[in-house]
Design a protein around this ligand. Sequence first.
Ligand code: C5P
Ligand code: C5P
Ligand code: ZN
Length: 479
Amino acid sequence: MYWLDDTLKKQIKNIVQKLKKSQKVHIVSHIDADGITSASIAYKALERAGNEVSVEFIKQLESDKISSLRDAEHELIWFTDFGSGQLEALNGIDCIITDHHEPQGTAGMPTGVQRGNILSYANSTVLELNPHRYGINGATELSGAGTTYLVAREMGDNKDLSKLAVVGAVGDLQTVRDGKLIGKNREILQDGTDGRYIECRKETTLYGLESRPIPKVLQYASDPVLPGLTGDGTACTNFLTDLNIPLKEDGDWRKWYQLSQGEKKKILSAVGKRMLEHGYPPSYVESLVGEVYTFPGEDKGSMVHEAKEFSTLLNSCGRYKKGEIGLKICLGDRDEYYNKAMQLLQGHRQVLVDCMKYVESVGITRMDNLQYFHGGDRIPDTVLGTVVGMVLGSGNVDRDMPMLGFTESGEKEGLKVSSRGTKQLTDAGLDLSIVMSNCSKQLGGEGGGHNIAAGAFIPEGTEEEFLSLADEIIKKQLS
Ligand code: C5P
Ligand code: C5P
Ligand code: ZN
């Protein structure tokens, strides 16, 4: 669809023009890894272009926040990794949006029809770039950081920032479905490998290749769950010992990246064999191998050498109100702020362990078309989505229905809802973005996101009603 590609290029140029006319730019971004890398890309590109730049990170672009931004009268605001769900509310504020969430009013529409919607915003003060409007899937082919990078690349010599765009896409789990970056993300990856900012190799898709002791890589594996290994540390150690894999070297735990090719192959074949014996389809075994992205400029074994782990480090900052620390790391700090982030990472890991234990204690409730848990006030709203995803991938629940979670722990009165699906479910018609946005709207809340992962904020005490509305819509989507 070359005409869409043309209009995409034109829109990027419009945005660059608008940026050139402004002296001061205020960046507002999301608190997760994709949001932090998006803001960092915008920051660096603007700084290089000689602009004065300020940044703030927020959980969600809700209406009260939009009002306070309107009152602040910034010369120009650049929203990254959100904004497309709030186009109408943002009108009147001079701003740019580089986002990949489903645009307001277009969720679920086929691409092309979505484009028609741009026209209704033609007189708006908002200039938006969103892949969904140009035939690019914002859940799998381009992240918020990638969308922002497309603008940065047009602003000047900024191809080194492709590295951050890859961290953003990986952090938003855009490689999960295919085991590698696809679509527009791949074009960005190419910029990175051409410039030797990024290396790409075939590897296992398991998490923690540089930071975790090898038994932990297996023990914490989810999606697919490794039969007899996931969740059982002793079994993992015995399994590796039986394969004659030395677990320690000079008293230190060995990491996956330190294994020889032969050792890696031996482990993966044995794991694959086990999965087949347990009746897993071959595609699950194949999903154990994919692409891994590493950064030659960084120290091996650090949290910033490989994209997935880099994104975890950023999440450990942003989700605890320390987005600026993540920003400093993206801008190059490997000293003071890197060390601070490493401390936050310890805390983040502990929070996730505690949340998983709590969910186990309260249990999962199954309805006809969805399953859910209620986190009471024990799960921080900023990690609820991560926890819902981990529960769905834990191997202890069925994956034939989407998983929802509730928490009351936010600063405002009300409930945060998070939802996660699977590829099988979205292929069958599930669109959680529509579920979250419609159901919350009917109850006086707000919500949105992607087909496979979406969230909402709803008034206190409305969870029962929300669940029955959601159950009904999901039933329709999947029938
Ligand atoms: O706000 P944002 O777009 O950055 O977040 C996307 C969310 O979607 C992430 O929390 C990511 O974990 C989730 N996701 C998922 N499964 C996928 C793709 C994305 O849970 N296959
Ligand atoms: O918060 P959570 O991780 O569950 O969010 C999943 C996705 O839904 C993210 O992409 C997030 O930006 C989006 N979302 C949204 N509106 C909300 C809550 C979440 O668009 N009110
Ligand atoms: Zn994102």
